[in-house]
Write a protein that binds this ligand. Structure first.
Ligand code: ZN
Ligand code: ZN
Ligand code: ZN
Length: 371
């Protein structure tokens, strides 16, 4: 993967991390696999059985303990961290314990393997353990200009694929969902992503299952096809949903879609700084309820997006988090009538001081295609 390696960016992020550690009385932050590590160092560890561990003391040098064979993959930034490679016969957990030293409160990354934490407990039995998400999470939620630009590039790439779908450039009739999913995946890479995260293709009654797994069902004329796809480009994710109708759109589908489209636009417009995340969900849901489809909108309105395809802030009832400039999230209401059909419309939105900025701008219509 291809994250930027600007030491200044990481120095600044680590500085803010340390300020929050001081506020919360945390002596050391330890991060292993997962996305907090690349956010703070530019290095994404593979989810191996060998320990990779970033140790950030509140004061003093940040160390990255790393299996010697993985060290060549790290872009060394001496002003950000010191690389501490361990060899096959070393005990990396004992080395980690020495680097952590006398820290009394240790914040642990959510995705560190339980095995390593259990082993570490034996070395540092008197320490108190908390979750690193309380320290790194608030920073990761607020995207800086470079991160927004990265999200914009990834979103523009899937926008182009959605436009190709609308234009009838992607064969549907007679193809299986799995074939269309493979075609979308190939285009995700062709448009510049490093990796495909998902390419949901659901035809007809299958579209009523929001996370349907594309399978052997053959797409026919006279049905809706829901496509929800995205990937990771230079460390940041894209995620878009568009539906097309194969052939002429019947009146009942057109009516439901008009409600969906209006709900989605209302949700996007609701994303003003200072409103709660749950109020965006409520604004979206209200339109669908008023349209008579409330019982068929069975999931939250959206999720945050950044280095991970789903992250904070979640656009869901019960999340009172207030929207800040730099929050990036999806607005993706859906209507799912079991056994019949389903539809969803999704854009990625960034909250800015001048209002919500939609990163996806491909037509929001239910386009009729014969392809
Ligand atoms: Zn989803
Ligand atoms: Zn999606
Ligand atoms: Zn999504």
């Amino acid at each position: 993967m291809n994250i930027s390696h600007e030491p200044k960016v990481f120095e600044s992020r680590l500085g803010r991390v340390r300020a929050i550690m001081a506020e919360k009385n945390v002596d050391a932050l330890i991060l292993s696999v997962g996305h907090d590590l690349p956010y703070l160092t530019g290095y994404q560890a593979m989810p191996l059985e060998r320990l990779t561990l970033l140790i950030v003391p509140r004061d003093g040098t940040t160390s990255m303990l790393i299996p010697r064979l993985e060290a060549p993959r790290v872009v060394d930034m001496p002003s950000v961290f010191t690389l501490v490679p361990w060899s096959e016969t070393d005990d990396p957990v004992a080395m980690a314990a020495r680097l952590i030293g006398g820290a009394r409160t240790i914040a642990v990354g959510d995705q560190m393997w339980a095995r390593f934490l259990v082993e570490l407990l034996a070395h540092l039995p008197s320490a108190t353990y908390t979750r690193a998400v309380d320290i790194v999470g608030p920073l990761r939620r607020v995207k800086d200009a470079a991160e927004i630009a990265a999200l914009q590039r990834a979103s523009a790439a899937v926008d182009r694929i959605a436009a190709q779908l609308h234009a009838g450039d992607i064969a549907l009739i007679g193809c299986t969902e799995a074939q269309v999913s493979a075609e979308l995946s190939a285009r995700i890479i062709a448009e510049g992503h490093d990796k495909v995260n998902f390419a949901i293709v659901a035809a007809g009654e299958n579209a009523a299952s929001p996370h349907h797994h594309a399978g052997s069902r053959v797409i026919r004329e006279g049905e809706i096809v829901l496509c929800d796809f995205g990937g990771t480009m230079a460390g940041y994710c894209s995620d878009i949903t568009r539906c097309v109708y194969v052939g002429d759109i019947p009146a009942d589908i057109a009516d439901a879609y008009a409600v969906l489209k209006s709900a989605q636009a209302t949700g996007v417009a609701a994303g003003k700084i200072g409103v709660s995340c749950e109020s965006i969900d409520a604004a979206t849901r209200e339109v669908i309820v008023a349209g008579g489809y409330g019982e068929y909108f069975v999931h939250r309105t959206g999720h945050g997006i950044g280095m991970e395809e789903h992250e904070d802030p979640y656009i869901v009832q019960g999340n009172a988090t207030l929207l800040e400039a730099g929050h990036a999230y999806s607005v993706e209401p859906g209507i799912y009538v079991p056994g019949k059909w389903g539809m969803r419309l999704e854009d990625i939105v960034v909250a800015t001081t001048s209002g919500p900025l939609s990163l996806n701008n491909t037509s929001h219509e239910l386009v009729s295609v014969v392809a």
